[in-house]
Design a protein around this ligand. Structure first.
Ligand SMILES: Cc1cc2nc3c(=O)[nH]c(=O)nc-3n(C[C@H](O)[C@H](O)[C@H](O)COP(=O)(O)O)c2cc1C
Length: 241
């Protein structure tokens, strides 16, 4: 099989699985390989404002499945991955990126280094600055409104946009993880049906953290696929211009 055929197999094989076999554990090695692939996912400005919590402890799994409202995909799961947005880590991420920009051994051209120093030194601190009262958002939106009158400008600068931006990257990471698990011979189901308040407390997450998704993991049991995979016709959702 060529690469496209392999990828096609993986994409077609992945389904949301609602019942897993109870005697096939997900090994640490499989999890590690998949998480190593997951953190290579594209993410906004390479800020990596994410945390991946791998849950294999029996008691914690029981709590997680309770907080996933007892859904069968959760009660039968062998393991869970919880994907968490961590906006509070933005200063560390800026530092990390600036260190990479300044790495003398990198192949990066000086022109690009200069641009990225400016980006991480000035724009990112402004974009990610906490803004609980939304005052900064208002100022930023006014600025982009006026600069946007003259030239193309990124309009998404509010506190809300910041969250959307982080969660976009997390969704992509979730898909990398799920496709990786399929390639390893395991199955998954992404979930947003859970009690986020209880889950955050269980996982000891701070108030600014947001759970993007809980992914159940295991080996599909017979009857684990509940219904056929049906999508809108291609031409209804794809527009070529
Ligand atoms: C963001 C998101 C949240 C989801 N939440 C749940 C959930 O809580 N419980 C569940 O059984 N499936 C959940 N799903 C799975 C979808 O129902 C499933 O992906 C969709 O029906 C398409 O089926 P497929 O994944 O088998 O192709 C979720 C999927 C996504 C992307």
């Amino acid at each position: 099989m060529n690469k496209a055929e392999v990828f096609d197999t993986i994409v077609n094989e992945r389904r949301s699985i609602r019942v897993y076999k109870n005697d096939i554990p997900v090994t640490d090695e499989v999890m590690k390989r998949s998480l190593e692939r997951t953190i290579l996912s594209p993410n906004s400005s390479n800020m990596q404002l994410w945390e991946f919590i791998d849950i294999k402890d029996k008691q914690t799994k029981e709590k997680v499945s309770e907080y996933c409202l007892g859904q069968s995909t959760a009660t039968t799961a062998q393991r869970f991955l919880v994907i968490v947005a961590r906006p509070d880590r933005y200063k560390k991420s800026i530092e990390h990126n600036l260190q990479n920009v300044n790495d003398p051994n990198s192949f990066e051209k000086e022109k690009s280094r200069k641009r990225r120093r400016q980006y991480y030194g000035k724009i990112m601190p402004l974009f990610y600055a906490p803004d609980p009262l939304r005052v900064l958002s208002l100022i930023k939106k006014s600025i982009v409104f006026f600069t946007g009158l003259k030239s193309p400008t990124v309009r998404e600068v509010s506190e809300h946009s910041k969250k959307v931006s982080i969660h976009k990257s997390l969704g992509i990471a979730a898909q990398t993880f799920m496709l990786s698990m399929t390639s390893e011979g395991f199955d998954t189901c992404p979930m947003e049906g859970f009690d986020s308040k209880r889950m955050k407390k269980l996982l000891n997450l701070n108030s600014s953290a947001e759970i993007n998704m809980v992914i159940s993991i295991g080996k599909r049991d017979e009857g684990g696929v509940f219904y056929p995979r049906v999508r809108y016709p291609f031409d209804e959702v794809v527009r070529t211009i």
